[in-house]
Each structure stands twice: as C-alpha cells, then as structure tokens.
Design a protein around this ligand. Sequence first.
Ligand code: IPM
Ligand code: MG
Length: 382
Amino acid sequence: MASKTYRICTLPGDGIGPEIMAQAVKALEAIGRAYDVDFQCEEHLIGGCAIDATAAAGRTPTALPDETLEAARACDAVLLAAVGGPKWDGAAPGQARPEQGLLAIRKQLGLYLNLRPVRVYPALIDASPLRPERLKGVDLVIVRELTGGLYFGAHERKTDVAGAGADGRPGTFCRDTMEYSEYEIERVVRWAFEAARRRPSKRVASVDKANVLETSRLWREVAHRVAAEYPDVEETDVLVDNCSMQLVNNPAQFSVLVTENTFGDILSDEASMLSGSLGMLASASLGDGTALYEPSHGSAPDIAGRGIANPIAQLLSVELMLRYSFKMDDAADALAGAIDDVLADGWRTGDIADASTPADHRLGTDAMGDKVVEAFEARAAR
Ligand code: IPM
Ligand code: MG
C-alpha cells in the first residue's frame, strides 16, 4: 500500500491528445513508484470525442458530459491533453463544438487563473526562431485571466440585418462582448503579485489596451491599487500591442506578465516560441475547484495518430500538477530535471529537432516518454 493516494481525472480528448496523455500516465506510474504515492487515473471524455459519444448514445451532443464534470469535481486534480479537430470545425451555429468542453470545464470548476511558465532550455536555444542573444536570461510566467472577457461575454449572431451585407444589402451581424468586473481582475492581479514576490526578479507587467478599451482602463486601475500593497514588487503597464513586440525584441525584461483572457491566449502562443516550440509550454488552471493541468498547445490534427507529437508540454503539465496540487516539489524538480537531462543528451522530437540532430536521436512520442521516465528514475535513485 502506498502511503498516499491521489485521484486524477485524465481527459485525453482529441487529435494527439491520447498519444501524449499515455506518456503522462506512464510518468505518473514511475513517479508513484519512486515517491510511494498511488496515482489513480480515471479517464473521461471531453471535446470532439465526447460530442461523438453522446450523439452515438442518442443523447444531446455535448463536449462536456455531466459524468466528466462530476468526475473532475470528485478528483484531486484534472489532467487534460487537447480538444478539437477538423471533423467538428464545420459545426453550424448552435451546434456543439469541442472547444466548448474546455471553456465549460474551466468555468464550471471556477478556474479563473491560468499559469503558463516560459522557460528557455539551453539545449534548445537553436530550436527557437529567435537569435540566441535575445533569449539570454529569459524566465517568465504568463498569468492569464481564464473565465472572463470576450470568451464569456454575451455572443450574438443575427442574419438578414438591414445594411450588414455588401452594398447596403441585408447580411449577417455578429457581436462578442468583452466584460470584466473588478473582482475578476483583482484576484488574478493579486495572484500575479504574490507570485512575483517569490521570484528572483520581483516584477509584474500588467498588460492591457487602456488607450482604447474601458475594460482595460478598469484593469489598469485595479492593477495600480493592488500594486500599492506590494511596494517590494515593481509594476509596469504595457499595452498589449507593444507587449507582443517586446516579447520578441527583449523578452528577458519580463518576469510575471498578467493579462486578460484573449490577450493571454495570444501572447502565450507567441511566448512559447522562446522555448523553441509550442510543444514545450505547459499550463496550470487554478481557482476555486479542482485544478486542471494541460499543455498550452492544441490537438494538432495534422500529425494525430502518427506517434510523432512532442509529449513534453504534457509532461511539464504533470510537473505543475505535482507542485500546485500535491505539494510534491521534490518529485516535480526530478521530473523537470529529467526533461532537462533528456534534452541535454540531444534527444529530440521532430518539432525541436534541427539539421544537426542525428537520425538516431530523433524520437517519436512514445520513445520520448520512455526517455523522460528513464531519466526520472535515474534521478530519483540518486
Ligand atoms: C488555449 C487554447 C484554448 C483557448 C482553445 C482551444 C479554446 O487556445 O488553451 O490557449 O483559447 O483558451
Ligand atoms: Mg491558445
């Protein structure tokens, strides 16, 4: 009997999801053995596969079945891979879409904050499209608001609206609304300041579009109010367009970036390229309910089923889960260290390989998972 038991709700989802989730489950088994913990993984449906399964069972098609949400609530953590794919892209307005499953689980679990740490791996400096000198000293974390803004404001679609078509003819009109309440801003901004306080570089960049948007002007007011409580942390306001330029021009200036939902979505994909690949960026969604961990990338339908996807962002999501949900910092350090070791030894999946990678060091998804587990076990045995 292991000394501790944790229940993990695993949601492989669509596309490359099941392939990379298999590596995470394998890693969890090894971590459990090394640290005397029984991780009980329970697999459930989310996204396109959930839409298909509910439809096949004669139920109303949904990307987040009730039983999945109930399991997520009952577990100690949720580990998700990815949702979506071309099969469901053509959904008509009002029909279920895979992404709704992800948005619904975030909302239903009250996960208002999404953390995306961006690290530069010395071994991968050449995999980044940026010049090595720009990457020196890069160590930042994006704190993205996750249950507000455009994603959750009122959406509307109207057809046959007078004048909405070309040449004054009737046409379609759509509206998405960016909405924020003070408390929604304050809780993520405060979290960012707390995190900055624990970092070597105590800086928070609050990202907004206050020169245009009212929600951003409120964001900035709240950021300043919270900043006044943290005199040891340096706060700067950065306009989002400027931020996206600074992220490639001088990314080392940032420590903690805090921003609203849509800006965070866009900036985090951009920032992932500092690590060399979107396949390296993990995330933790935290808030009121069971925390959820997932790679920041999508389901990569173009390479699904081929066994070539990079499982590292999924494994780094396990690392975040060990840290934030289970307070197993030693195990998290060993897993992160194992990934460093594997990369330093020159092992690469296709997305992070370059011309200098020998053919025998190019790995598929499963072999990369095995390498990380092997390196983890070597570290844990030390
Ligand atoms: C992400 C993804 C999701 C988002 C999509 C799949 C709905 O892009 O987690 O960044 O926009 O939040
Ligand atoms: Mg995204």
